[in-house]
Design a protein around this ligand. Structure first.
Ligand code: HAM
Length: 510
């Protein structure tokens, strides 16, 4: 079949970005870059260094850190089995013993994970083979039940590790802290990161399946309340620098291992009394995580929630003192906050200080930053007892809010469009483009000759400030014509004078 015939028969499939993911295009990406550049600048003034952690990690890392019962882990993670490259091929019956032996070898060498479940399955498969194969293939027909069991265990062998696209980065940073021995660094260790995260949530404005966070973590050292306050001050300074509008900082303390369990029990008891009046989600959470009921946005539950006991009245002495000191430290830094006793956050690793920041123009998904203290997380992951606190900003939402308040940059036009005609002028145009770009001007050099009229139209469309006109006359005279597109005026310059003129007018306009 000729290529043409293929094209006629099969209409090529049009691909679309996966639901909940999106392309970021210019000029919007200019704003993304400005936001990220500002984060680099502000965070480094607070002594933070950048860490880059992998996009995928062991699924267990997130389950353990964030908590198996949380929405993120139980419903939203992108997890897949990472198959080894050399998988044994599917065998015919007679070759099954060799196949099982091969699986055993791959497990021995660590290519197939040696998990407890895998070792158990392999043992069962081996016993089956030892029992059945010596009896000859005729006995197979009467052993349907045993074969079903055999394939159940064979299919159940986990051929690769379970890996997850990171839904957040705190767990990864804690893992890296342990793995890279950062407890031996001068403490506290102050790190920040930015990049994509993945959660299978229902997409809507400000909520995506691939979204971007800019986050920071302080690990090790003390749990001095000044650290909590300084981390919050840093994120507020960053937002201020970007002129983000309508900010509201909410803070709370959710206690620690001493006092929280007692409060959670009290809350559970109170919730059980009103169980019938709650929706199905909250009813389920009475068992799994009563604190999350406080998070509920359901209109019908608000009256009931308002009557529940406040955690502030049930903090142990140490937690109450820590919370009071954090508030004092915020006041010393001039950071305006609101106490919100219902702010519990959706991830299990938090203790004591929690905070959230909302911004304007975002509708229901208005949390632009969330964070808190997580002493104990590093220990939970097998490291030494370590204090920790941090936050993550939703960069997509931050950008949306800036756009809504008119802070988005307009399409960036070129500085100079080079309108050239003739071979000699082309050579001069290439040289001119090189010189101007070296001096940091944005230059459009058309690849093919254009009539001057068309070139000027094109320069206009691209929002160019100037058209540099190069024809035979200009090249012979060594004088280049510069047209200012805003007013149509034009003048002739020598090469050095032109650069000088452009530099001066750039300095005036910026
Ligand atoms: P988080 O509250 O799950 O915390 O996420 C932080 C921020 O990420 C949210 O406030 C929101 O702005 C943004 N975000 C979350 N999910 C989405 C989504 N599907 N689409 C768009 N934006 C989203 C954490 O991730 C913690 N690791 C923060 C932290 C760091 N705590 C201590 N250190």
């Amino acid at each position: 079949m000729s290529e043409g015939a293929v094209k006629k028969e099969e209409k090529p499939r049009k691909f679309q970005a996966i639901r909940g993911t999106r392309d970021l295009l210019p000029p919007e990406t200019t704003l993304w870059n400005r936001v990220e550049q500002t984060a680099h600048e502000v965070f480094s003034t607070f002594g933070f260094g950048e860490i880059r952690v992998p996009i995928f990690e062991s699924a267990d890392l997130f389950a353990r850190s964030i908590g198996a019962e949380t929405d993120v882990v139980s419903k939203e993670m992108y997890t897949f089995e990472d198959h080894p490259a050399e998988l044994p091929p599917q065998p015919i019956m007679g070759e099954m013993p060799a196949h099982i032996k091969e699986i055993g070898r791959l497990m021995e060498s660590g290519i197939i994970p040696r998990t407890e479940a895998n070792v158990n399955s392999l043992n069962r498969l081996n016993s089956f083979i030892e029992e059945m194969y010596p009896l000859g293939e005729k006995t197979f027909e009467n052993a349907a039940q045993k074969w079903m069991e055999f394939f159940f265990y064979l299919d159940g062998i986990q051929l690769g590790d379970q890996v997850t696209l990171r839904p957040e980065a705190t767990a990864s940073v804690a893992r890296a802290y342990i793995e890279r021995g950062m407890h031996t660094w001068p403490s506290p260790v102050k790190l920040y990161y930015m990049g994509p995260m993945f959660r299978r949530e229902r997409p809507q404005k400000g909520r995506y399946r691939q979204f971007y966070q800019i986050g920071a973590e302080v690990l090790g050292g003390t749990d001095a309340p000044a650290i909590d306050a300084e981390v919050i001050e840093m994120v507020m300074t960053f937002f201020d620098r970007l002129e983000l509008q309508g900010l509201q900082l909410d803070i709370n303390s959710i206690g620690d291992r001493n006092c929280r369990p007692k409060y959670v029990e009290l809350l559970r008891a109170e919730l059980l009394k009103v169980k019938d009046k709650l929706g199905p989600d909250s009813q389920r959470r009475i068992e799994t995580n009563p604190l999350r009921v406080l998070d509920s946005k359901l209109e019908s539950e608000q009256g009931i929630i308002a009557t529940l006991p406040h955690i502030a009245n049930h903090l142990c002495e140490e937690c109450a003192a820590h919370y009071a000191a954090v508030k004092h430290q915020l006041e010393m830094r001039g950071v305006i906050y609101r106490e919100n006793w219902r702010l519990v956050r959706g991830l299990d690793y938090y203790m004591r200080t929690t905070f959230e920041i909302t911004a304007q123009g975002l509708g229901s998904q208005n949390a632009v930053c969330g964070g808190g203290r997580y002493d104990g997380l590093v220990e939970l992951l097998g490291g030494p007892p370590t204090k920790g606190i941090g936050f993550a900003i939703g960069e997509d939402r931050l950008i949306l809010s800036l756009q809504e308040s008119g802070k988005a940059p307009a399409q960036q036009g070129r500085d100079v469009y080079i309108a050239w005609m003739g071979e000699r002028a082309h050579a001069t145009a290439i040289r001119a483009a090189k010189v101007l770009r070296k001096a940091d001007f944005s230059v459009e050099l058309p690849p093919v000759e254009q009539k001057f009229g068309k070139a000027l139209g094109q320069a206009d469309k691209l929002g160019a400030k100037y058209a540099l006109i190069l024809g035979d006359d200009e090249v012979s005279e060594g004088l280049w014509t510069l047209k200012t597109l805003a007013d149509g005026s034009q003048a002739k310059y020598t090469e050095p004078d032109l650069l000088d003129h452009l530099r001066k007018s750039k300095a005036v306009s910026s």
